[in-house]
Structure formats: structure tokens, C-alpha cells
Design a protein around this ligand. Structure first.
Ligand code: NI
Ligand code: MN
Length: 227
């Protein structure tokens, strides 16, 4: 499995001839490594309704006739806006042709803004994606929570993608504690430095993870890691 960081919380995951994108916030992200029109995918996974996660998801899904996979209320919103959609919810798993997806809790909000008006899109989530026996955990936007321990106990996590930017999500200290709970084989930080309010020193996270005995890979947009 190849996991490419595309900026912010967006990852392109390639395995077994399939291509999946998570949280494709590309337009409006100066640090994004992809243009929405260049994205070729079989599925678009959306963790919650915020603009920096839905991003270009609806456009990309329509361009590719790809399935949007999201929590029920957000899936319904995407379907209403012209995409194919597969609704799921927290705790549920489903076997797709490309692999298995299970949604996990995330402590955050979820709404699409239409002008000044929030259209609420249910609960936010994280995602466990298993392809060819390897599991990636994309935590979505979340604060630290104790049930991450359950996620780590119930699943062998080959790669964890964790937000570290603080303000809207876990900051560095909490994200390091999350590593203890999840016990991933490898971690890639996300959701930092995109905006001034989430600027952090990623090297502090990387050094902390290393001190705890975890493999941390800091990816620049466009770079990838193999799982
Ligand atoms: Ni968010
Ligand atoms: Mn966000």
C-alpha cells in the first residue's frame, strides 16, 4: 500500500490497482500537492462536513463516477449534490471491492457551511481502511479520547494518520499520548501548518514519537510512505 500525503488531512491511498482519496481539501489549500482535476480515484472517503475535509470531494467523486463513503448524514448531503454515496456510521464496517472500511469515533463537529448557514452533517468520524491485510487509521479531526485504546486493542494499526495542529484537534502533547493508546507501527502527522492558527513544530512531534519508540514519518505534500 502506498500512502501519499496531499496536504492538510488529505491522503491518496494506492493498492492492488485501486486508488482512494481521503478528505480532499485541495482548492484553497496553498500547500496541496494535487489539482482536483488530476485526481483519478475509485472512492472518496470523507470524515466530516467541514470545508477543509469535504473540500473538492463532491467534484472529484462526480469527475470519476466514484463512490463517496461517509457518515450517513454527510453521505446524504453528497448524494443530494449529485454523487454516488455509501452511508456508514461509527462502529460499522463494510467490505468494498478495494478493501474494508470501519468508521471510528472522533470528538469534533460536522457541518457544511452554505454561506453563513451551517448544514449539520451528523457526527464526525475517523476511518480504519484495510487493504491487502494492512490497516491505516485516519483519525479525522479529533481531540484525544480514551477509546483510542480500544481502537488499538481491537485492530492492528500499520499506519496512524494523526492531527497534531492543536486549536481544532489534538495538539502535539495529546497526539503523542494517542500513540500510546493506538500503538501503530508507524505514524504520519497531519492537520498542521495549513493555517496560522494550527502552526506547530512538527519536529517536536517527530522527536517525541521517536523517544517513545515509534516510527514517525513526516511527509511534505506530494511525498509518500509504503505500508
Ligand atoms: Ni474539522
Ligand atoms: Mn479540519
Amino acid at each position: 500500500m502506498k500512502v501519499e500525503f496531499c496536504g492538510h488531512s488529505c491522503f491518496l491511498i494506492l493498492d492492488n490497482g485501486y486508488s482512494i482519496i481521503i478528505d480532499p481539501f485541495l482548492t484553497g489549500n496553498a500547500l496541496a500537492s494535487l489539482k482536483p482535476e488530476d485526481v483519478k480515484v475509485d472512492a472518496v472517503i470523507l470524515t466530516h462536513g467541514h470545508g477543509d475535509h469535504v473540500g473538492d470531494g463532491i467534484t472529484i467523486a462526480k469527475n470519476n463516477d466514484a463512490l463517496v463513503i461517509a457518515p450517513y448524514e454527510l453521505a446524504a448531503y453528497c448524494e443530494k449534490n449529485g454523487t454516488k454515496a455509501h452511508a456508514m456510521h461509527i462502529g460499522g464496517a463494510y467490505n468494498f471491492p478495494f478493501g474494508r472500511i470501519k468508521l471510528t469515533p472522533a470528538w469534533h463537529g460536522s457541518a457544511v457551511m452554505e454561506g453563513d448557514i451551517p448544514i449539520y452533517t451528523g457526527n464526525p468520524c475517523g476511518v480504519l481502511l484495510t487493504m491487502q491485510g494492512k490497516t491505516v487509521y485516519h483519525a479525522g479531526d479529533t481531540g484525544l479520547f480514551g477509546d483510542m485504546k480500544l481502537i488499538g486493542e481491537r485492530h492492528e494499526i500499520d499506519l496512524a494518520l494523526l492531527p497534531i495542529g492543536d486549536n481544532f484537534t489534538m495538539g502535539i502533547s495529546d497526539a503523542l499520548y494517542a500513540l500510546k493508546l493506538i500503538s501503530p507501527k508507524k505514524v504520519v502527522p497531519m492537520h498542521y501548518n495549513t493555517f496560522p492558527v494550527i502552526e506547530v513544530d512538527v519536529n517536536e512531534f517527530a522527536a517525541g514519537a521517536k523517544d517513545m519508540g515509534f516510527e514517525c514519518v513526516v511527509l511534505n505534500p506530494g511525498e509518500s510512505t509504503l505500508v
